[in-house]
Design a binder for this molecule. Sequence first.
Ligand SMILES: Cc1ncc(COP(=O)(O)O)c(C=O)c1O
Length: 450
Amino acid sequence: MHGLMKETEQLARQVLELVLARQRQDPWPLGGVATAAELARRVGPTITPAGLGGPAALRRWVEELGPATVAADHPRYLAFIPHAPTEVSVLFELLVGASGIYAGSWLEAAGAVHAENEALHWLADLAGFPPEAGGTFVPGGTLGNLSALHAARHAALVRRGGARPARWRIATSAEAHSSIAQAARVLDVDLIDVPVDVYHRLTGDHLRAALDAHAGDAIFAVVASAGATNLGVIDDLASVATVCRERGLWLHVDGAYGLAALAAPRMRPAFGGIELADSFIVDPHKWLFAPYDCCALVYRDPGQARAAHSQSAAYLDAITARDEWNPADYAVQLSRRARGLPFWFSLAVHGTDAYEEAIDTTLAVTRQVADEIRSRPYLELLIEPELTVLVFRRRGWTAADYDVWSARLFATGTAFVMPTHVWGEPAARIVILNPRTTFADIAMVLDAMR
Ligand SMILES: Cc1ncc(COP(=O)(O)O)c(C=O)c1O
């Protein structure tokens, strides 16, 4: 036992040293990819009857498996939605994993749930939700959207006295994230595609017209995007919320990426109307500087979510009988890690002003890059950035040219960028949400398009 402890301590030091080395080296290499056959050949079998032992297993990770992953927190990781956890959030992540906390119930995790709830209430307050608002942290926006929409449908079912329609429907625009269509498939409901305005936004007028065209359909929710992923556009939440109130419809706002900008008070007007939503999500693992995986799911009336999500079983009665805040009651989940804690710890350490500053930094770099794109004759900015998504075109390029550009930057370890499509045409897309991403980083990527 003593020998085992000594080995484990050595391993702990090695692991911690790797974490610190990664934090010291700025930036850490971008990483790479390999085929399954290459990895099998290089790494060999790792699950063996006798076990490899700590040092050998760790070596496999450090030398072969780890390098075949991409560092989404690299300052020139500009594809999809990047990642930028603070150092302290990453360190706390280690402690959460080592703490053996079952964070599904207050009984078993009161201290953790209290801290998570403080972080959720910070977000709820920024959105202008009432004091009784609350929710939980789930693995990601996909699970957050699904959980909110299940709660919305349950609330509608209760309002209808339990009478199920032939088909349920959700109204949203084509700009909504693919996870909304995924949630509709899981819930077995249909989507009503509401047209967008010239700025690609869902608006109250378009929504009203679409609802009128579907009069008689059992619509239980409207989903608006607060930062649509491809273009970064924020729907007109105020007019959409007004229509939802008129029609008694649950408004869910998917702010997985964009709602983080609530942390910068001068951005609050862009989200006017969010205070009238019934639920929203925002992913701290995106623009709120927390490690994967972490989505904050907040309900205006958590009682409605509890009615939909609370599980009942003989062995759980001891928990459900207690009048306490059990995170398992607010989403499609039971066992859960306290995934909101690294976010909470980072907020507690740095304070909310630091969050405002970090968000402002990324917005300022984005504006600077937008000006730069406008100034380069071979580029064309396609949409004025509202948040930190830049979509632009390289004049004369085909889809194959964008692919070559993307592949070359990745193969040389320079940057991770991915093309997209705008109005059916291939285009470049860059997302800036790492405060370490500088103007010079992006200039390097634009230079590669000359
Ligand atoms: C607006 C929006 N909603 C939902 C999601 C899905 O979030 P996750 O990948 O955390 O499941 C994303 C991811 O990029 C997103 O941008």
